[in-house]
Design a protein around this ligand. Structure first.
Ligand code: DGL
Length: 272
């Protein structure tokens, strides 16, 4: 029995969702993946919700036209704006990004946590509800990471510029005595080495990507959507982007490829 070997679709405003794709491939190496980076419209962070809903809808239609059986919205901002719309409009499972407020709030000893995300994510129902539910007794220092997505997209995640901007954002959190920093945007794990350089070592950086990958596997399994073919761990990934793919290619070379055996990678540029 082959199960369902149609591809899993993943999208983000740009390269950020690769941090989620990496985790998906780690636990489901036999699946086929189609990744869409909406680089022509990146960043999503400060766009109005209606525009993000419209873009997410177009991308979903594209992924469905490629036969995707599940869609992972590997973007916190698009999840915040569009996941309700997508779930009520299409008849396939959608997995969104959960801000990792819950594990951070449960594990904090100092009773103070930091959250770095886009303006759109902080405005979303999911963030507001999750913080109300799990962080009521915890001091949450939140900060919009203005300009960070642009730095990652221009290959400057490890630059002095990134270090200076991150200092500006996290220093006040350190002053608030946080012991967990939640990365509320899928681009931010690319800044992890720079963050580790400037944060005191007692601060745990929390990336929700592994939990989202596990949730994707759980949902696909429950609905009989996992590919059961034993293809010797060969992963096939198709990448589509709405403009230049250079940064995607670079980040795939430096982050995705060294961690996984990927047999085939295809790149295509399409207009949304
Ligand atoms: N990776 C997106 C997120 O997780 C980036 C948002 C943006 O494009 O500003 O929110």
């Amino acid at each position: 029995m082959n199960g369902n070997c149609n591809p899993i679709g993943i999208f983000d405003s740009g390269a950020g969702g690769l941090t989620v794709l990496t985790e998906l491939v780690k636990i489901m190496p036999n699946e086929r993946y189609i990744y869409f980076a909406d680089t022509a419209n990146c960043p999503y962070g400060s766009k109005p919700a209606e525009e993000i809903i419209h873009l997410s809808d177009r991308i979903t239609q594209f992924l469905l036209s490629k036969g995707c059986k599940v869609v992972v919205v590997a973007c916190n901002t698009a999840t915040a704006a569009a996941i309700d719309h997508l779930r009520s409009s299409y008849n396939i499972p959608f997995i969104g990004m959960e801000p990792a407020i819950k594990p951070a709030s449960q594990n904090t000893k100092t009773k103070s946590i930091g959250v770095l995300a886009t303006a759109g994510t902080f405005k979303g129902r999911l963030y507001i509800e999750t913080s109300r539910k799990y962080a009521a007794d915890v001091n949450v220092c939140y900060q919009v990471g203005e300009g960070l997505v642009e730095l990652v997209e221009s290959g400057k995640a490890n630059s002095t510029e990134a270090e200076q901007l991150l200092h500006r954002y996290v220093d006040p959190m350190v002053d608030c005595n946080i012991d967990h920093l939640v990365l509320g945007c899928t681009h931010y794990p690319f800044l992890k080495s720079t963050l580790e350089k400037i944060l005191p070592s007692n601060i745990t950086i929390v990336d929700p990507a592994p939990a989202v990958a596990l949730q994707t596997k759980r949902v696909a399994d429950n609905q009989g959507l996992l590919c059961k073919e034993n293809s010797m761990n060969s992963t096939i990934i198709e990448f589509y982007s709405s403009s230049n793919t250079d940064i995607l290619k670079n980040l795939i070379e430096t982050h995705l490829k060294p961690q996984h055996r990927i047999d085939d990678i295809y790149f295509t540029n399409i207009k949304l």
